[in-house]
Ligand binder design. Structure first.
Ligand SMILES: [Zn+2]
Length: 366
């Protein structure tokens, strides 16, 4: 919708710009194609065909090379192809991109339905920083979103798909208010099914849903209990994080009844005057044995955050968020130099890092 309004404005501006005749503007309009009005329809059609071929290759490669700690070149190439396809402004409006995401999500749903965890923890990535972690007795969801943040209604998962995913989960943790982490349609499904949704108070503050959200104390080193259905209890710490000054950000650390501890950082970022959160970040591992850390891969000093938690496994997220402008959709290849990140150092470090794609899963054995 936004895009068409924008296009209309450009068109109107063109009509009334001196020196440009109405005929020229109309001609431009006629030539403009969909979804990218800057290109002809033939050019748009080519990009669709290219996306389709590239993403077919991605699927073929990922089927043979699933997520592993030291991934090979083939899997790396698949991710480069994804970077290429999804760094085109209108990728979320093109059928191949939409079909790819939906197929990956369908695959995830099928696995969720049939897979039980035993001694291990199974991690799925749905989209952006949306993760699902299942242990023997519980299934935790973090920042689970259906892709509506892409602004492409066709890209967003249909309600039935979200319903099926939520059915398989016990609880949703939302880190902060931004749409690529907080999806109201998804949260409503949890609440409808009587499953708790934990979020900071900035999330949907003036909305009727606010009173149904669980707001826990944001305090480092304070362990809180959360009761789930069937007498299951989680031990939680909600670390008082921030996305600089733009949002209050819950960094949730959850210990399951089996004693597996997982932490999700949302959009935690520290730089400039906002370095205070390192007071608690640097000390997490002194008091806790963390199994799995899910950090936002674009944060400036990811290596220091990982050292603070000292986890047995790192599973980064936030690649290719299509609601962001092209340069800000973190690519799998990193763009570290431009973004001033040390993500590449982390990947070369002693820490086991597994980088997943939408819909994939990884088995962690403590
Ligand atoms: Zn984000």
């Amino acid at each position: 919708m936004k895009i068409f309004t924008g296009f209309l404005l450009i068109l109107l501006f063109g009509l009334f710009t001196p020196g440009k005749t109405v005929a020229q503007s109309m001609q431009k309009h006629k030539e403009g194609g969909l979804p990218d009005p800057q290109l002809s329809q033939k050019d748009n059609d080519y990009l669709d065909r290219q996306a389709s071929v590239f993403l077919d290759s991605v699927k073929t490669i990922l089927a043979v090379y699933p997520p592993v700690i030291h991934e090979g070149r083939e899997r790396g190439f698949a991710k480069l192809l994804m970077d290429a396809v999804f760094h085109e402004k209108f990728a979320a409006f093109r059928k191949p991109g939409i079909d790819f995401f939906h197929t990956q999500a369908d695959h995830l749903i099928k696995e969720l339905v049939k897979t039980n965890a035993d001694q291990d923890a199974i991690i799925w990535k749905l989209y952006n920083m949306g993760f699902i972690v299942r242990t023997k007795s519980v299934t935790l969801a973090f920042d689970l979103v259906g892709g509506a943040s892409s602004d492409s209604p066709d890209f967003a998962l249909p309600a039935e798909a979200m319903e099926q995913i939520v059915k398989q989960c016990d609880v949703l943790f939302i880190s902060h208010k931004h749409h690529d982490h907080a999806d109201k349609a998804m949260a409503e499904k949890f609440l409808e099914q009587g499953k708790p949704v934990i979020a900071p108070e900035e999330v949907w503050k003036d909305d009727p849903i606010f009173s149904k959200i669980t707001h826990l104390e944001r305090r480092a080193e304070k362990t809180q209990k959360l009761k789930l259905a069937n007498n299951r209890t989680l031990d939680l710490i909600i670390y008082p994080g921030h996305q600089l000054t733009s949002a209050i950000n819950n960094v949730s650390m959850v210990t399951t009844p089996e004693g597996i501890t997982v932490a999700h950082t949302g959009d935690q970022i520290n730089e400039g005057d906002m370095m205070g959160d390192f007071d608690w970040i640097d000390r997490v591992a002194k008091n806790h044995k963390v199994d799995i850390l899910m950090p936002n891969a674009w944060t400036t000093d990811i290596f220091r955050i990982v050292r603070g938690f000292n986890p047995a496994l790192v599973v980064p997220g936030h690649e290719l968020e299509l609601g962001h402008t092209v340069w800000d959709r973190l690519p799998y290849w990193g763009d570290d130099k431009y973004l001033e990140l040390n993500y590449a150092c982390l990947k070369k470090s002693k820490y086991p890092v597994v980088v997943m794609v939408w819909g994939e899963c990884y088995h962690y054995n403590p």
